[in-house]
Design a protein around this ligand. Structure first.
Ligand code: NOJ
Length: 515
């Protein structure tokens, strides 16, 4: 069973570097987030996911952790994070931290100890071969940098050595079994980190690279799933209100088998999610469904989504998101009108949706240089645009001291302007979130069914007793059906009218029909 509170919650993802600087050093901090909690509450979001905010050399924006139990000084202190939990809870907002269980920084004390020549408590905490001249076939590794004679395996970048959960298929003597003392010690160490934060007010975790734990796992990731089952059992016993969301994008495995409450539907080329917003790396142009007149076809989404949904609908939640810190912002190619329809869809789907900071105002993807291992991801990580003041309200620091530059365009969107405009993307997003909160049939559990899915609009779908329709094209769309009889328009974007058994939709419109 999932924690009850997930059912009507919309999450807000915060990249802490770029949300709000409270002390004028040019980088966001925890006190800054606390100061913006009322904004988040006003948006209607009931939970946060904060990217790693722990001590780190920041070679991968904090996904290279040096101390799991210490807030990075640039964001404040542990006490600031406890205060953030507290202030968020006062406003009915839960807080998920980022759990990075697959690797640490190569500067983590565990890794430094494991790299020593003499055997010690941490020698088995990471994956090492038997000697410095033996590599790891088919896997990334580093040799020759340590006193220990051995090559160590990497989980992502060169700064991120892989923690040792053992190998399911063991072809070398140095490969630990999944139930070896050293692999079990890694599990205990991660549980200890989870308990540390949960005991201090944290409400759960987003799990980084959740499928990456056990090496040479089988196709169904059975051994990695068993590790997560153990973590989930611990939560069920000790912290039943805590939530776990996976970066996995295979909900049948992540939810049904590994025990996650939610699994992200990630942006992978040509999967269903990708065809909605970012189908631009395709030959023959951009066929994203929400790009006006792109020739996008909702059936491409449904073919991929429906089997995932059917397999998991009674067991956990697929999490659709507007964007995340690894993905191009949707405003890179979509206009505000297009984004309104895309968000209307994401916010009326089953599961638990996530909004990435700044997407509610249509922040743009900026073409800028890399920062902290961001590369092309950096353009989606720029400072939140609050108002027309200095650095768009993000920071008092001189502009050249900011973590990343603000969007320099004179028409860069900002929250203050859009708050005053009922037709803005921000106002529409607020209304959509409150619509979801008002109707149980729009929330996580109510049934989803595609009612009319053709090459041409409208796309009509059902959530519980509600009927919804989308017309992303620049032409009006009409649909006749006995299903429309007795229904009335409860919410529209642009315009739509229903009379008897006929629905007329204006160009680029969305409608919610009640009985
Ligand atoms: C996925 C995270 O979302 C990404 O930002 C990070 O670079 C890698 N995992 C490695 O931790």
């Amino acid at each position: 069973m999932s924690p009850e509170w997930l059912k009507d919650t919309v999450f807000y993802e915060i990249y802490p570097q770029s949300f709000q600087d409270s002390n004028g050093d040019g980088i966001g901090d925890l006190q800054g987030i606390i100061g913006r909690l009322d904004y988040i509450r006003g948006l209607g979001c009931g939970a946060l996911w904060i990217n790693p905010c722990f001590d780190s050399p920041f070679m991968d924006a904090g996904y290279d952790i040096r101390d799991y139990k210490k807030v990075a000084p640039r964001y404040g202190t542990n006490e600031d994070l406890y205060r953030l939990f507290d202030e968020a809870h006062k406003r009915g907002i839960r807080v998920l931290l980022d759990l990075v269980p697959g690797h640490t920084s190569d500067q983590h004390p565990w890794f430094r100890a494991s790299a020593r020549a003499e055997a010690n408590e941490y020698s088995g905490r990471y994956i090492w071969t038997g000697h410095a001249f033996e590599g790891i076939e088919g896997k990334p590794y580093i040799a020759g940098m340590t006193d220990r004679s051995g090559a160590y395996m990497l989980n992502f970048f060169a700064c991120q050595p892989a923690l040792n959960y053992g190998w399911l298929e063991r072809t070398r003597q140095w490969m630990s079994a999944v139930d070896s003392p050293e692999a079990l010690a890694t599990r205990e160490a991660v549980k200890d980190v989870m308990r540390f934060w949960l005991d201090r007010g944290c409400d759960g975790f987003r799990a980084d690279m959740a499928d990456s734990l056990v090496k040479n796992d089988d196709d169904r990731k059975s051994a990695t799933s068993a590790v997560w089952r153990e973590f989930r059992d611990m939560l069920d016993r000790e912290y039943p209100e805590a939530a776990l969301v996976s970066e996995w994008s295979d909900p049948a495995l992540a939810i049904n088998q590994a025990g996650f409450h939610m699994d992200f539907y990630l942006d992978h080329h040509h999967n269903g999610y990708n065809t909605l917003l970012r189908d631009y790396e395709t030959e023959g142009g951009d066929h994203s469904y929400f790009l006006k007149d792109s020739g996008g076809d909702i059936r491409r989404f449904l073919r991929d989504y429906l089997p995932r949904y059917e397999q998991t609908k009674d067991k956990g939640y697929i999490s659709m998101f507007t964007c995340n810190h690894d993905t191009f912002r949707p405003a890179r190619t979509l206009s505000a009108d297009e984004l309104k329809l895309a968000y209307a869809f994401i916010l009326t789907m089953p599961g638990v949706p996530f909004l990435y900071y700044g997407d509610e105002i249509g922040m743009r993807y900026l073409d800028i240089g890399t920062k902290e291992g961001g590369y092309q991801r950096t353009g989606s990580r720029t400072p939140m645009q609050w108002d027309r003041g200095k650095n768009m309200g993000f920071s008092d620091a001189p502009a050249d001291r900011l973590y990343l530059p603000c969007d320099p365009s004179p028409d860069a969107p900002c929250a203050a302007d859009q708050s005053r405009d009922a037709r803005s993307l921000l106002s529409e997003t607020r209304r959509l979130i409150s619509l979801r909160r008002e109707h149980a049939d729009l929330q996580a559990d109510a049934a989803f069914e595609a009612v009319r899915a053709e090459a041409d609009p409208p796309f009509v779908y059902r959530r519980g007793s509600l009927l919804l329709a989308l017309n992303p094209s620049s032409k009006p769309a009409v649909w006749s059906s006995a299903l429309l009889r007795g229904r009335r328009t409860a919410y529209t974007i642009n315009g739509a009218r229903v009379a008897e058994d006929r629905l007329e939709m204006d160009p680029q419109s969305f409608v919610l029909l009640e009985v």
